[in-house]
Design a binder for this molecule. Structure first.
Ligand SMILES: [Zn+2]
Length: 103
């Protein structure tokens, strides 16, 4: 058996948790405005975060989205976010890509 040492970069982990939590807030806001949008692709890393929504109502996808549990790491309180800035909204055919960053 081989011994392995792991080290967690706490600053990166907290930043990723903030980006992920910001996505939840964004998703709530989007669903409050456009009820038929559903997230089909998301990307949240240090320098660039976005969620791609589809305008096409798809019952199977919506149910899948509903039943999937969340496996992300989150911050304890949204207060820690301070600011979530929408940096771009781009519509292309049936997709809406929303880019954001945390402050
Ligand atoms: Zn989550």
């Amino acid at each position: 058996m081989q011994k392995v040492n792991l080290k967690i970069n706490s600053q990166n982990r907290i930043k990723n948790a903030k980006n992920y939590t910001a996505w939840h807030l964004l998703d709530i806001a989007v669903k409050n405005i456009w009820l038929d949008l559903f997230a089909k692709k998301w990307f949240h890393f240090d320098t660039w975060c976005y969620v791609e929504y589809s305008w096409i109502y798809n019952v199977e996808e919506k149910n899948k989205d509903f039943w999937c549990g969340c496996w992300g790491t989150h911050i304890k309180s949204t207060w820690e976010l301070k600011k979530v800035e929408i940096t771009n909204i781009k519509n292309k055919k049936w997709n809406c890509k929303i880019s954001y960053r945390i402050g």
